[in-house]
Design a protein around this ligand. Structure first.
Ligand SMILES: *Cc1c(COP(=O)(O)O)cnc(C)c1O
Length: 398
């Protein structure tokens, strides 16, 4: 039995979560439960089936089966104060599903200016057509966000750190301001927590109402599955669930299986990503070719004090500014052999991509002395990775 005075540590919860025998059976990993149709004992059971809209009861494939329920339960257990988790076929679907569950035409959405580009596009395209206005805010705004509130403000989407430029927001202050607002409707706070995961940042106990994960990244961890998740409190659960079901969102059982398998090693992987990324980030600060290193654990990072106060660690994704234009930066990236050139991150392999953050800003301006290169530090030997970067710098200098 779990002693309430000794709550399980996150490393243990990652192993035990969602593995109730009553749910998944007597095997370590829940089987891949492939089904559209579930059979009922009789017509009375069929008739009763759709009335209890809960996990743990078979209804139809779109509402999942033990493979998905187990993963959802495991993610819920990683967030103290959480009531449930909805799964989605991608991180972007999770962001859209969460926003659509709280917004309606006429509402105003506040979005952090460092948010992931597809989050911005969803707001500026779909939500705009749907009658929702989005206003962007400085990620370092903190409690000052209350000055942006109006009668129509309904939700705040944060991303901390921003997954391109890595500013860390004062999440507790922003959430407290939202809770303190006395408008006609409450303001719901949503956080894209993909960078930290609940292992390094538990969101709901800091005041966040909905914690969003692109599970594609660290949960899956092997660059082979797209998946998303939203974990929320009891208050917002029914709306989140109803919206996902109305939109027909379902994560396939095969992908749920792989995501759950990835999750079991997430703690050890994150610690390895963290150590190598910190090593390389510190090393980059000593390089003459580098103008700046954007890593939340470095004191020079905007919002570093909030990272230090609120986070249990740092993951493997950060950026640096190379002293050169786009073409010079491209020559550096092209020269790398261990670092792949590609989107996404959170897998076991290292990646490098040059980026143009100034294209995705409206409330703030992005300027730097060179070109931003984003690195995902994988699980390779850190000396080998440095040697590869060193080779890139030699080509860059030539
Ligand atoms: C990748 C990513 C997403 C989207 O996830 P997909 O599974 O690729 O749709 C959302 N937010 C952040 C911060 C990401 O890096």
């Amino acid at each position: 039995m779990v002693d309430p005075k000794h709550p399980q540590k996150p490393d243990t919860k990652i192993i035990t979560g969602g593995r109730r025998k009553a749910l998944t059976g007597a095997v370590v990993n829940p089987p891949v439960w492939r089904a559209s149709t579930h059979l009922y004992d009789d017509v009375a059971a069929l008739d009763a089936g759709d009335k209890t809209n809960e996990d743990g009861r078979f209804f139809y494939g779109r509402r999942g089966a033990p493979t998905q329920w187990s993963l959802a339960e495991a993610l819920t257990e990683l967030e103290p104060d959480a009531h449930g988790t909805m799964l989605y076929p991608s991180g972007v679907a999770a962001i859209a599903g969460a926003l659509l569950s709280v917004l309606q035409p006429g509402d105003v959405l506040l979005m952090s200016d460092n948010a992931y580009d597809p989050s911005r596009s969803f707001a500026q395209g779909f939500l705009k057509r749907w009658g929702v206005e989005t206003r962007f805010f400085d990620p370092l705004i903190g409690a000052g966000i209350s000055e942006l509130f109006c009668d129509r403000t309904r939700a705040i989407l944060m991303e901390s750190p921003g997954s391109l430029t890595f500013e860390v927001s004062d999440i507790p202050a922003i959430c407290a301001a939202a809770k303190g607002h006395k408008g006609a409707r409450e303001i719901v706070t949503l956080l894209d927590n993909t960078w930290a995961t609940p292992y390094f940042f538990t969101a709901l106990d800091k005041g966040v109402d909905m914690a969003i994960l692109a599970a594609t990244k660290y949960v899956v961890g092997h660059s082979d599955v797209m998946a998303g998740a939203v974990t929320t409190t009891k208050r917002h659960w029914q709306a989140l669930r109803a919206t996902a079901q109305t939109l027909g969102q379902v994560l396939s059982p095969d992908d749920a299986y792989l995501a759950a398998r990835g999750l079991r090693t997430m703690a050890v992987r994150l610690k390895a990503h963290e150590a190598s990324a910190l090593d390389i980030a510190h090393w980059l600060t000593t390089r003459p070719e580098v103008a700046d290193v954007l890593h939340p654990a470095l004191p020079s990072c905007p919002g570093h004090e909030f990272w230090k106060r609120d986070f249990a660690g740092s993951s493997g994704l950060f950026s640096f500014v190379i002293k050169g234009d786009w073409n010079k930066a491209a020559s550096f990236v092209d020269a790398l052999e261990l670092f792949g050139i590609g989107y996404s991150w959170g897998g076991f392999e290292s990646l490098a991509v040059p980026k143009r953050p100034e294209k995705y800003r409206s409330a703030t301006q992005w300027t730097c002395d060179g070109t931003v290169i984003r690195l995902q530090i994988g699980l390779e030997d850190v000396g080998d990775l440095k040697a590869d970067l060193e080779h890139g710098f030699a080509v860059f200098a030539a």
